[in-house]
Design a binder for this molecule. Sequence first.
Ligand code: ATP
Ligand code: MG
Length: 413
Amino acid sequence: MNDILPEVSGTWRYLESLVQEIVESYGYSEIRLPLMEHTELFKRSIGEVTDIVEKEMYTFLDRNGESLTLRPEATAGMVRAGMTNGLFHNQKQKLWTSGPMFRYERPQQGRYRQFYQFDVEAVGYPGPDVDAELIIMSARMWRRLSITNIGLQINSLGSPAVRGNYRNALVKYFSGVKNQLDEDSIRRLEQNPLRILDSKNPDMQAIVEAAPVMLDYLDEDSAAHFDGLKALLDAAGVKYTVNPRLVRGLDYYSQTVFEWVTDALGAQGAVCSGGRYDGLVEKLGGRATPAIGWAMGIERLVALFEASGGVAPASCVDVYIAALGDGPLERAFSLAENLRDSIAGIRIEMNLGGGSLKSQMKRADKSGAEIALILGEQELADGSVGLKAMRSTEEQESVAIDQLAETLKKKLR
Ligand code: ATP
Ligand code: MG
């Protein structure tokens, strides 16, 4: 679990607000959700035989003996919230949320135990138009951030009905090579053979590569859905690779799944992943409701942005106010308040803790401020303020206090 320090928090905030702005521009609205839910919710939605539920959840009993879990992902909580608040009743929803997720994983570069996700969900839309929209929206983020080192992989998991046939084919195949399966996969063979395809064990890769692929088992409707998505992506100029091995690690997915992958971040290449989960609302006790969403890891977005040479706009103060003496300090405070009132968004740092003119100007320089304002007894007496442009060689000038706001507006552009 990481501390996000001031030297990087500016980049985080820049990226988070940019992503918010983009999804809002497609008509998605924010929903804020609890950080924990009943453990049962995650078991039922993500699935018992998955990495997350088997070994990654932070689960504990509260004082009332109820089992709660820190959310490992956002979709389950989003669906729970939609159901308890009646948001899906004869309505469609386009929602986004963001915040920390918790998984007890082996920590390494790009993989943490508390990490942040930006999450988007569209509920009530059968697609494939909305599938395409969600992907086109994510493609806009990369364009906007000049991130080019990223590629889209898509696949279809078909409908739950045809998944049965595919499952049988998988069980048959994996049973034939059972002596080569690892322990996890042998257990999954009985309970959830699709999960074997998601194995991260390098020794299993050859066996997984040779397994039957879902795309060969798609029924007509699922194939039409997948073709529809591809046609819309083609028309929008979004490039993709069909990866028939892409299964995603959670149980609730069906039909479309996709992942934006980069090779700029070493082993942790999945930056933004998503898929359709048409069965989930019903599984959790609601009416059958189509839905799809994606989640993006903010740490990985920040790392990819930096690896692509991205730099967030600097966020230092505009003005530093130096005050020499008690009278000037009192005046400086009211001056600062007035400037904050009259210049929207201006960032002003007051010199705190006194000090000589020299030491205050040193702090002004360190603050990164464009301009320092200097108030001494003389300025107090004649109703002016000293103005020094910190990033140029211009001489200090004297500005009448009633001209100050206008002068600053011009100088700060
Ligand atoms: P991976 O294959 O890397 O384990 P995942 O399939 O478990 O990813 P999802 O559950 O789909 O990931 O989560 C969506 C996104 O959240 C991922 O694409 C990734 O960017 C990010 N993410 C997932 N787990 C972590 C983690 N432990 N630390 C940082 N980011 C993560
Ligand atoms: Mg994972």
